[in-house]
Design a binder for this molecule. Structure first.
Ligand code: NAP
Length: 220
């Protein structure tokens, strides 16, 4: 069974996840960052794409609230992840899975394993990258029941396009960036009636940010 997936990210009022140059730290305020860490602590695993690791070098830990660090997962087809990335450094590798495409650089697979990371080699997806259904099945088989996906834009978009997300928890910060990286890219929806919707919505004010949470209805 695949894990239940929560998409969670911070965006500006105009829907940007980052500036055009990829800078996103920090769009949200300190209260929202604590909220994000509390949400991490309630999930079995946190997942990001390699683009986020290369841009932000996140630690993907629970530091701002009491709680257990979830398993970390990085989607990285060709194993571009630097060995000094925060999710691998100082023993962190032991709690990190790097998911690549089968056959990706065997020497890099071995180097990651030597650091203590788990390398999951999976089939390629139809649009490149790692095949998401196979990935989720492999995570489910490893006991991951709940998965929080923090970004970036390509991964969020791929999961929404494949209708593989169950909940959304978005922090909307009172900022406008203009051109930048859209939180959600092309979904192939042409009719307003086909728009994905949030159900059972809660809205919380945290500092100057608004947290919008709910169950995703992705249609047929
Ligand atoms: N505001 C926020 O909350 C927030 C959160 C996270 C990130 N960000 C920002 O988002 C930006 C990074 O976003 P991004 O879109 O460039 O990168 P991303 O979504 O983090 O990573 C995308 C990469 O993951 C790999 N991947 C492997 N399998 C995939 C699959 N099935 N679907 C999608 N991706 C797959 C691909 O690289 P390979 O082909 O090499 O495998 C792909 O290019 C940064 O600027 C970061 O600061 C903001």
């Amino acid at each position: 069974m695949r894990p239940q997936i929560t998409l969670s990210y911070a965006q500006t009022l105009d829907g940007r996840l980052a500036t055009r140059s990829g800078s996103s730290q920090w769009i949200s305020g300190p209260e929202s960052l604590r909220f994000a860490h509390a949400l991490r602590a309630r999930h079995d695993a946190i997942m990001v794409g390699i683009g986020t690791v290369l841009a932000d070098d996140p630690r993907l830990t629970v530091r701002l609230v009491p709680g257990r660090d979830p398993l970390r997962i990085v989607l990285d087809s060709t194993l571009r992840i630097p060995r000094e990335a925060a999710v691998l450094r100082d023993g962190a590798a032991r709690g990190t899975i790097v998911a690549c495409v089968a056959g990706a650089a065997p020497e890099r697979q071995a180097a990651l394993a030597a650091l203590g990371a788990t390398v999951l080699a999976l089939p390629p997806g139809p649009e490149g990258g790692v095949e998401l259904t196979a990935l989720l099945a492999a995570l489910g088989a490893r006991g991951v029941r709940t998965l929080m996906v923090e970004g970036g834009a390509r991964l969020i978009t791929a999961l929404l396009r494949a209708r593989l997300a169950d909940r959304l928890a978005v922090c909307v910060a009172p900022k406008i960036l203009g051109e930048g990286i859209n939180a959600v890219g092309e979904l192939g929806l042409t009719r307003l009636a086909d728009a994905y919707t949030l159900q059972d919505v809660t809205v919380t004010l945290l500092g100057a940010d608004v947290i919008v949470e709910g169950r995703l209805d992705l249609g047929a």
